[in-house]
Design a protein around this ligand. Structure first.
Ligand code: KG4
Ligand code: ZN
Length: 361
């Protein structure tokens, strides 16, 4: 084991900041590949969504996800490198967790194999760090410090971000993630998988005040979230309307009322967090960040600036992993041993070492 680590260490040590960083995302049901160039920005990317494979099951099947990543990853990498005119990247970054462990192992194994073959550094990236750094792909990125609202299918978190690797989790969900609540509500309303975007579309035709669903936790101290009570309230209403025979008439109203309760909860907690931290910038990232009502409501209620990645980088993608890898490497990150962690605390991350410290080590 030690010997392997020593071989890796010798092979992967590098001195110059790498220019082209290949990023691989395989934590769930999207295979994302991208190349980020430290000066030119994003030079290539591709995404393969597995939605068609999983929708017949109504949710992601981990084994099917892992198998499809194996099928897709190498051809996607080849295409992205060819299109970007990059023969051999200078570094590889990959999602090492949190996520489905079988799916993560595909990205981790391949990234480390490619790093060995290319003799370049390989950097494990925390999936949520990728999400919170996604706005760095834009022309006008946020400066530190900022508050990050991370809202995806697996996470709901408020994080005070002081710099790269300096993350203080102020609040997170005690049960369901908000994206999961969107997906489950969509399922109850007979919408397909993934439900979030379908539910948001249906909600546009409904009245958000038709039903008063709970805004859980808002009166509790602290900044945690809980979405299971909201989900249960929606389930009871769906049952009642189905039994009463008018479900078809109220489906859009239920969707809109659920969406306004979920959005109100997220926005109220976020404002409480900015009041507490006095942070003047908010980054919203993760799949639910694509929700237009959430964007509108935050703009109305927050007087600082809100940064979003463009819509395609809100949901899982390779570009956010490539940019996170590039930022970590240019700040002196060391290559690490192979990682695939189903659970991984964001707060356990540390900033990369400064380049001058790296030489002395
Ligand atoms: O970040 P992401 O792509 O994957 C995870 O890391 O989970 O987020 C996916 C989640 C799903 O729950 C999906 O339903 C939700 O984001 N989502 C939305 C919207 N677009 C995607 N939820 C609400 N409104 C949307 N427009
Ligand atoms: Zn994600």
């Amino acid at each position: 084991m030690q010997r392997t680590a020593a071989i890796f260490d010798g092979l992967l040590r590098y001195d110059a900041a790498p220019m082209n960083v290949l990023g691989l995302e395989t934590s769930c049901d999207e295979t994302g590949v991208a190349v980020f160039h430290l000066e030119r920005g994003l030079v290539g990317q591709a995404l393969h969504s597995q939605i068609d494979l999983h929708k017949v099951y109504g949710g992601v099947v981990p084994e099917i996800a892992a198998r499809d990543h194996i099928r897709r990853l190498l051809p996607l990498i080849k295409n992205v490198l060819e299109d970007a005119g990059v023969g051999r990247p200078d570094a590889v970054a990959y999602t090492a967790g949190p996520g489905l462990v079988g799916a993560l192992m595909v990205g981790s194994g391949l990234a480390n194999g490619l790093g060995l073959a290319w003799g370049c550094p390989v950097i494990p990236i925390h999936h949520m760090e990728g999400h919170l750094l996604a706005p760095m792909l834009e022309d006008d990125p946020p400066a530190y410090p900022f508050l990050a609202l991370l809202v995806s299918g697996g996470h709901t978190m408020l994080v005070a971000v002081d710099g790269l690797g300096l993350y203080d989790v102020l609040g997170s969900t005690l049960d369901d993630a908000v994206g999961e609540a969107f997906d489950k509500t969509a399922k109850l309303l007979g919408l397909g998988y993934p439900g979030g975007p379908a539910l948001a579309t249906l909600a546009e035709n409904g009245n958000g005040d038709a039903f008063v669903f709970p805004r859980p936790m808002l009166k509790n101290p602290g900044l945690d979230f809980s979405f299971s009570g909201l989900k249960t309230a929606v389930m009871l209403q769906v049952k009642k309307s189905t039994t009463g025979g008018d479900i078809d008439n109220v489906r859009a109203d239920i969707a809109a009322s659920f969406q306004s309760a979920a959005v109100d909860t997220l926005v109220s907690r976020t404002i409480q967090a900015t009041d507490k931290t006095k942070l003047k910038r908010i980054v919203v990232a993760g799949g639910v960040g694509a929700n237009l009502r959430l964007r509108e409501e935050l703009a109305k209620r927050f007087d600082g600036r809100v940064y979003y990645p463009r819509l395609e980088y809100c949901t899982d993608n390779g570009a956010m992993i490539a940019v996170a890898g590039a930022l970590r490497l240019s700040d002196g990150a060391e290559p690490a041993t192979i990682l695939a962690k189903a659970r991984w605390s964001l707060e356990s991350l540390v900033p990369p070492r400064a380049p001058e410290q790296r030489k002395a080590h």
